[in-house]
Design a binder for this molecule. Structure first.
Ligand SMILES: NC(=O)c1ccc[n+]([C@@H]2O[C@H](COP(=O)([O-])OP(=O)(O)OC[C@H]3O[C@@H](n4cnc5c(N)ncnc54)[C@H](O)[C@@H]3O)[C@@H](O)[C@H]2O)c1
Length: 283
């Protein structure tokens, strides 16, 4: 009995490990960081300066105990990431876990002026926005994997987790975003880059998983469904009808799966995409 209890603890224990979460000061990044810190990891929240990662890291440390670090960095810049890597190594000496979580998450709803976002539509979608979304969501994940992954290669151990989305496995249902009374060419849509970035992350996951198996680095993805964050009733009512569990996710609904994928509890799992979406994609 005692041995099995130890086994449960050991499978999920991250004491002494160092976990980097990109976009770590955002809504879900903080949640991911919290569960890893609660399991004993030193968590490094890496985010743009404007998101105040140092403040968030201080909160994690006070709430959970292990020393945490907030670093201002831009994941689209190799120089910025090298600086971040050096700061992490100077403080903790190692990197065990990387969660590629940062992304541009453009709101589909009209902006505060009430103007419908016609520019989100495929026929208008600006090349500059396409490039910016790919730069953060996909190129940023590639650069972080390359730069932080080298530290895992050096120690022959590590875990990379890519945060994809249910929209990596299903198409957006554009009916969710429709607004009564607007002409067709003004109807809001989920932008094309979201699907492309998230599907690309699944490809990056598979590629890295076989590339670094000899170095004992496991690479997986998670595909979360939408999190409720005050979206309009009309939208949530439509979405709830598409989800067998009948609700959007709570922001802490992914913590169990995140801890599983980042810990030894998933020790024989690599190259996979864990879909956690209240059942939406089974319909
Ligand atoms: N919220 C959801 O419903 C949901 C559902 C499925 C998947 N996801 C995915 O989960 C992840 C987190 O989502 P969220 O809702 O917390 O979003 P969020 O917008 O709150 O957080 C994203 C963070 O990324 C940071 N970021 C943006 N560009 C950056 C850059 N160049 N360098 C460093 N950091 C940068 C932002 O500052 C922000 O803090 C995203 O990949 C998102 O696509 C979210």
């Amino acid at each position: 009995m005692a041995t099995q209890n130890n086994r449960v603890r050991d499978l999920f224990d991250l004491t002494g490990r160092v976990a980097v979460v990109t976009g770590g000061a955002g809504m879900l990044g903080v949640q991911h960081g919290a569960i890893l810190a609660a399991a004993g990891a030193h968590v490094v929240l890496l985010d743009l300066a404007a998101a105040n990662p140092a403040l968030r890291a201080g909160q994690l440390q006070r709430a959970h105990g292990p020393e945490c670090l907030g670093l201002a960095a831009d994941i689209t810049s190799e120089a910025s990431l090298r600086e971040a890597r050096d700061a992490i190594l100077a403080r903790f000496g190692r990197i065990d876990i990387l969660i590629n979580n940062a992304a541009n998450n453009p709101k589909v709803e009209a902006d505060p002026t009430g103007e419908p976002k016609q520019w989100l539509r495929l026929e208008n979608f600006p090349l500059a926005v396409w490039n910016a979304d790919i730069a953060v969501g996909l190129t940023g994940a590639f650069l972080c994997s390359r730069i932080f992954g080298q530290e895992m290669v050096r120690r022959n151990a590590g875990v990379i987790l890519n945060i994809a989305s249910d929209l990596a496995v299903i198409a957006p249902d554009q009916r969710l975003y429709r607004k009564e009374g607007l002409p067709e060419e003004q109807q809001p849509v989920k932008p094309v880059t979201y699907s492309v970035v998230k599907t690309g992350l699944i490809g990056l996951t598979r590629y890295l998983s076989t590339y670094w198996t000899a170095h004992n680095i496991r690479v997986n993805a998670i595909s979360p469904g939408g999190v409720f964050a005050g979206q309009p009733d009309e939208f949530t009512a439509k979405l709830h009808r598409l989800i067998p569990m009948g609700r959007m996710a709570h922001k802490d609904d992914y913590q169990g799966a995140i801890l599983f994928l980042c810990s030894d509890a998933s020790s024989y799992m690599t190259g996979q995409n864990l879909i956690v979406d209240g059942g939406r994609s089974v319909l």
